[in-house]
Design a protein around this ligand. Structure first.
Ligand code: NAD
Length: 738
C-alpha cells in the first residue's frame, strides 16, 4: 500500500521510520485517510519480519493537534442516519463500532510484539498524544514549542482512544484524573516528571535515541500487559482508591454542576476501567465515548469551540475583495484602563504601538500598566528578559499626535463623551496617512454617530474590546452605516494579529454581548428584589453553567455604570423601558450606600483587603419582601437566567445585529461565559427545539412579564420546526484540527 500522509523507510537495522507529513496542510491531523494508512502500516509491521521496531515522528513544525473533529461530527451524523433507517439500537451499535476504530488500532500498535517509539516535537495533543501513549517509549524534544496533553474535555469529549486507561495506569488515579479533567498542555519536563514521556532530548538527537532504544532491546510489552502488574495508586477499592474517587466525584460536581456528560463519563471510564484488564477496559472506555459522542453537549461544543471558532479566527467574515493587511504600527489614543490594555496586547503581538494621551504623564501611566503585566509574566517564567525588553520597547508613549503619522490603524479609547471623541477624531485625522483606518472602542455610542465627526467615514469602524483586555478573547467589530470593506478587513486583520476572536456586529444600541449581559444582570437584580436570597441567585447561576453569578458580574463592571445605563435607557426609550424595582435596588446601593462594585471594594459583595469576597450581609435589608428559600422553584430560577440571555440573542438575530449564528454562539461564550456546555445560546435553543423553548419562555412570561415573550423569529422557527443553524446556515468550510 502506498501512503500519502506518512513516509516510511526501513533502515538496514530493521528500524522502520514512519514520518507523518500530510500534504497541503500545515498541521498533521487524524483524518479518516490518515487512520486507514496508519492501520496499513501496523499490518506491515506485524507481518514483515524484517521490521524490528518503529519510530514515529512528524515532518511538520509540530507533531499533531489530534483528531479532525469534523470526522467525529461525521460519526454523529452516521448515528442520526442509521437511527432513521434501522432504529436506535442498530444506530448505537454502528456508532460504537465506528468510534472505537482508533482505539482498536492503537491497541494493535501496543500489542504488535514490536517496539514502537514516538518522537514528539511541537504540540502533540488529543488523539495524537493517545497514539504516543500507545507506543512503548516516548521521547519529547526540549523545545519551547513542545507540549503534550489531552484537551478533549474542552470540546465536550474525553480521550476515547485509550487515553483514560493508559494515563490512569501510568500515574496514580488522583493525578490522572486531575490531568484528564484539566485538559492542559504540558511542557516536556513536567511531562517527564509525570511519566507521560520517558525521555526529553534535543530535537536533533531524538531519532538517534529512539533507534538506540529499540536496538538496545526496548521492550515491546507494556507493564499492564505483564503478569503481576500493579496499578500505581493501588486498586480502586483500596484505601488509596477510597481517598481518590469519592473526592474526585465531589470535585467534578463542584466544578461542573454536573453539566458536562463527557467529564462524568471520563470519571466512570477510569473507575470502571481500572477494575478490568486492558482489553475490556478499552471496550468500556469506547462504550462511554460513543455515548458521549451522541450527546447534544458534545455536538454543540465541537461545533462552537472547534469548528466555528476556528473559522472565525481564520477570517470567515472578512470581505475577500480586500488584500490582507500586514499591520506594523498602530496608534492608541487614550492610555487609560482600556487603552493601556490595548497597547499591551498589541505590543505582545509584535506590533509597534504609539500610545497617546493628553500629557506625557498620562501616556507613561498607560505604559506602566504594560510594564506591570510583563513583569508578572517574567516572574512566572512565561517571558524572557529579552521578550520583556522587546515588548516594552515597542510601546512609545507620547502626548504628541504627530507621532501617529506612520500608523496603519489608530484606535481611540478616550472618555465616553461624544465631544471629546469628536475632537480626538479631528486631531488624529489631521496627522494620519490617507490609507490609515480609524477605530473607536466606544461601548455605548453609535459608530455611525461618531463617524459624523470624521472626514472619511468609510475608513471609520468600531473595535469593541472587553475588559480586562489582556484576558478577554472576544472583540466585537462594529460596522457603521458608512464603514467600508477596507476598514472592516483592517479591523479583522488586526484582531487576528492580536490572536483574539472577532465577531462582526451591526451598529446598534448595546451591540451584541452587552445586551445579553445586561439582560442577565437584570434578572439577578429582579430575583433579589422578589425576595430570593442573594446566595441562592449566585449559586443557581453557577448551576445553570454561568462562570460568574449576575451579582458578582455586576460588581466587576461597576454598579454606577448600571445606573448610568438606566439613565440613558430612560432618555432614549422612555420610562417604560426601565424596570422600577431594579432602579430602586441600584439607587439604594450606589446613592445611599456608596457601593460601586469591586472598584471601591464594596458592591453586592464585600472585598476585604487580602481576603475572599463575601456577599454583603446588608443586601437582606434592602429586600422589600423575602421568600422562603425552601419554597422557591430552583429550576425555574435557572431557566430564567439562561432564557433571558438566549431571548436577547434571538432578538439580535431578528434585528440583524448578528447575522452569523457562529458569531452569536462564540461571542456569547467568549464575551460573557454563556453556559459553555450548551455551545452558546442559539445552539441551546436549537438543541432543545424552538417549540420547547417557546413554551418555556412563554410560561416564564406568564409568571414574570413581557421581557420573556418570545420574538417573532422564534415563534416562526417553532411553527415551522426549524433551527437557527438550519435557517441561517453559514457557508460550509472544512476545518482541520487545531
Ligand atoms: P479611562 O477613563 O480609564 O481612560 C480614558 C483615557 O483617555 C484617560 O487616560 C484620559 O486621560 C484619556 N483622554 C481623554 N481625553 C483625551 C484626549 N483628548 N486625548 C488623549 N487622551 C485623552 O476610560 P476607559 O474605561 O479606558 O474607557 C475608554 C473607552 O473605552 C470608552 O469609550 C469606553 O466606553 C470604552 N470601553 C470601556 C470598557 C470598560 O470596561 N471600561 C469596555 C469597553 C469599552
Amino acid at each position: 500500500m502506498t501512503e500519502t500522509n506518512f513516509r516510511t523507510d526501513l533502515d538496514p537495522d530493521g528500524v522502520l521510520s514512519v514520518v507523518w507529513d500530510m500534504p497541503g496542510r500545515s498541521m498533521n491531523v487524524l483524518s479518516e485517510a490518515a487512520i486507514r494508512e496508519l492501520a496499513g502500516i501496523v499490518d506491515r509491521v506485524v507481518e514483515d519480519e524484517a521490521v524490528k521496531g518503529v519510530v514515529v515522528s512528524s515532518a511538520k513544525k509540530a507533531f499533531s493537534g489530534g483528531a479532525d473533529l469534523t470526522m467525529l461530527e461525521g460519526i454523529a451524523r452516521l448515528y442520526a442516519s442509521e437511527k432513521a433507517k434501522h432504529g436506535e439500537a442498530a444506530a448505537a451499535k454502528a456508532m460504537f463500532e465506528e468510534s472505537r476504530k482508533l482505539s482498536q488500532l492503537y491497541r494493535r500498535i501496543e500489542t504488535s510484539g514490536k517496539p514502537w517509539v514516538c518522537a514528539i516535537h511541537g504540540v502533540c495533543l488529543g488523539g495524537a498524544f493517545e497514539l504516543a501513549l500507545a507506543c512503548h517509549y516516548r521521547i519529547a524534544s526540549n523545545d519551547a514549542s513542545t507540549r503534550v496533553g489531552l484537551p478533549e474535555v474542552k470540546v465536550g469529549l474525553f480521550p476515547g482512544a485509550g487515553g483514560t486507561q493508559r494515563v490512569a495506569r501510568i500515574m496514580p488515579p488522583g493525578d490522572a484524573l486531575q490531568m484528564l479533567m484539566k485538559g492542559e498542555q504540558i511542557r516536556p519536563d513536567k511531562a517527564r516528571a509525570m511519566r507521560l514521556v520517558d525521555e526529553v532530548a534535543p530535537k536533533d538527537e531524538m531519532l538517534g535515541k529512539a533507534k538506540a532504544w529499540i536496538l538496545g532491546g526496548g521492550k515491546a510489552v507494556k507493564p499492564w500487559d505483564e503478569k503481576g502488574f500493579r496499578l500505581p495508586g493501588g486498586p480502586v477499592w483500596s484505601k488509596g482508591g477510597f481517598m481518590t474517587f469519592p473526592p474526585a466525584n465531589a470535585i467534578y460536581r463542584r466544578e461542573t454542576q454536573d453539566n458536562y456528560p463527557a467529564i462524568r463519563a471520563m470519571l466512570q471510564a477510569v473507575f470502571d476501567g481500572l477494575q478490568l484488564e486492558m482489553d475490556r477496559a478499552l471496550t468500556v472506555e469506547s462504550r462511554l465515548f460513543a455515548k458521549v459522542l451522541r450527546s447534544p453537549e458534545a455536538a454543540a461544543m465541537i461545533r462552537t469551540f472547534f469548528v466555528s471558532m476556528q473559522e472565525l479566527n481564520k477570517g470567515a467574515r472578512r470581505p475577500n475583495n480586500v488584500p490582507e493587511n500586514k499591520l506594523k504600527t498602530i496608534g492608541v489614543v487614550g492610555a487609560g484602563f482600556m487603552g493601556a490594555g490595548v497597547a499591551y496586547v498589541s505590543a505582545l503581538a509584535g506590533l509597534h504601538v504609539v500610545l497617546v494621551d493628553r500629557d506625557q504623564a498620562a501616556a507613561d501611566k498607560g505604559k506602566a500598566f504594560a510594564e506591570k503585566l510583563v513583569m508578572g509574566q517574567v516572574v512566572k517564567g512565561r517571558m524572557s528578559g529579552e521578550q520583556r525588553d522587546a515588548l516594552l520597547g515597542a510601546i512609545e508613549p507620547t502626548a504628541d499626535y504627530a507621532a501617529l503619522a506612520g500608523c496603519d490603524l489608530v484606535i481611540e479609547a478616550v472618555f465616553e463623551d461624544p465631544k471629546v471623541k469628536a475632537e480626538v477624531i479631528a486631531k488624529v485625522e489631521a496627522v494620519i496617512r490617507e490609507d490609515a483606518i480609524f477605530a473607536s472602542n466606544t461601548s455605548t455610542l453609535p459608530i455611525s454617530g461618531l463617524a459624523k465627526a470624521s472626514k472619511r467615514p468609510e475608513s471609520f469602524v468600531g473595535i469593541h474590546f472587553f475588559s480586562p483586555v489582556e484576558k478577554m478573547l472576544l472583540v466585537e467589530v462594529i460596522v457603521g452605516k458608512q464603514t467600508g470593506d477596507r476598514a472592516l478587513a483592517m479591523a479583522l486583520d488586526y484582531v487576528r494579529a492580536i490572536k483574539k476572536t472577532p465577531i462582526v456586529v451591526k451598529d446598534s444600541r448595546g451591540f451584541y454581548a452587552n445586551r445579553c449581559v445586561i439582560a442577565y444582570m437584570l434578572e439577578g437584580h429582579l430575583m433579589l428584589t422578589e425576595g430570593v436570597p442573594a446566595a441562592m441567585v449566585e449559586n443557581v447561576a453557577k448551576q445553570a453553567g454561568m462562570p460568574v453569578g449576575p451579582l458578582a458580574l455586576n460588581d466587576e463592571v461597576a454598579l454606577d455604570l448600571g445606573l448610568k445605563i438606566i439613565d440613558s435607557t430612560r432618555a432614549q426609550l422612555g420610562d417604560a423601558a426601565v424596570d422600577p424595582a431594579q432602579e430602586r435596588l441600584l439607587r439604594a446601593l450606589v446613592e445611599k450606600e456608596g457601593r460601586l462594585g469591586r472598584k471601591n471594594g464594596k458592591g453586592f459583595y464585600d472585598y476585604p483587603e487580602g481576603g475572599k469576597k463575601r456577599l454583603w450581609p446588608g443586601l437582606a435589608d434592602l429586600q422589600e419582601t423575602k421568600l422562603d428559600p425552601d419554597a422557591i422553584d430552583v429550576s425555574e430560577l435557572r431557566h430564567r437566567l439562561l432564557v433571558t440571555q438566549a431571548l436577547e440573542a434571538a432578538r439580535t438575530v431578528e434585528e440583524g445585529v448578528v447575522t452569523d449564528m457562529r458569531e452569536a454562539d462564540v461571542g456569547a461564550i467568549l464575551g460573557f461565559g454563556f453556559a459553555p456546555y450548551t455551545g452558546g445560546p442559539l445552539s441551546w435553543i436549537d438543541s432543545m427545539g424552538a417549540k420547547r423553548f417557546v413554551r418555556l419562555a412563554s410560561a416564564l412570561a406568564e409568571l414574570h412579564g413581557p421581557r420573556f415573550r418570545p420574538n417573532k423569529l422564534l415563534l416562526d422557527l417553532a411553527e415551522k420546526d426549524e433551527t437557527f443553524y438550519g435557517r441561517f446556515a453559514p457557508p460550509k468550510e472544512t476545518a482541520e484540527a487545531a
